[in-house]
Design a protein around this ligand. Sequence first.
Ligand code: AMP
Length: 224
Amino acid sequence: MNIILLGAPGAGKGTQAHAIEKNWRIAPLATGDLLRRITSSETGAEENPLSIELREIMATGALIPDALMIGILEEEIALSKYANGFSLDGFPRTEAQASALEGMLLKNGLRIDAVVLLTIDEKALQARIEGRLFCPSCGASFHSSLNPPKREETCDMCDTRLERRKDDNAETLRKRLEVFHGQTEPILPFYEKQNLLIKIDGMRSIDEVAEDIQQSLLKLDTRS
Ligand code: AMP
C-alpha cells in the first residue's frame, strides 16, 4: 500500500508515518528527512555545491525545484525497503508535484492508495514546532514535552543523538504555512476527485490519531 500524508508543518505527519509503519510494514518516506540526510554534515556532503544550495533553500522554507525533487524521489522509491509500500510525507507539495508524482509512479507500475490529511489548529503549531526533535539517522520524531524520548535527546529506536531542525522557528514556520496554504492545499481536490482523500482530526493525542488512521486504512483494505 502506498500512502500520502498531507497537513501543515507540525501536524504530526512524521509521527503518524512511523505508527503506520508498525501496523502495515510500509516504510516512511519523508522528503524533508531525505534532503536533511543528503545535506547532513555527517555524510561529509557539506562541501558539495548541490547540498549547499539545497541547505540554503531549506533554511528559508522555500521549495526545492520540482525536477530535482522528483529525481531524488524516484531513486529513493526504487530501494528494497519500499517493496511493501511507502507513506510519503512532504511530497507532493504543489499541483505540479502531484501530477509529476502520478506520472513517475505510473512509469514504475505503482499508484497511490490513500491520501491522509491531518487537520490542525494553527494556533497550536508554534508550541508543537518549538519542542520538536528528530533523529538524523532513522528519521524518528519526538517532542520534548508531548512525546519525549526515553533518554534525554537520544533516539529510542537507534540511540543516535536527536537534533532540532534549523527551520523550526517562528519566521520559517510563517513562510512554510504560506507555502502550505498557497501551494499544497490546492492539491486536495485532485485527490478528492479520485476518492482517495481521508480527513483526520490531528489535534488529538498521538495514539488517538493513529487509531483513527488505522481504522480508515482497514476499511480501505477490505474494500480493495
Ligand atoms: P519538511 O521536513 O517536509 O518540512 O521539509 C523541509 C524542507 O525541505 C522544506 O521547507 C523544503 O525546503 C524542502 N522540501 C521537502 N519536501 C519538498 C518537496 N516536496 N518539494 C520541494 N521542497 C521540499
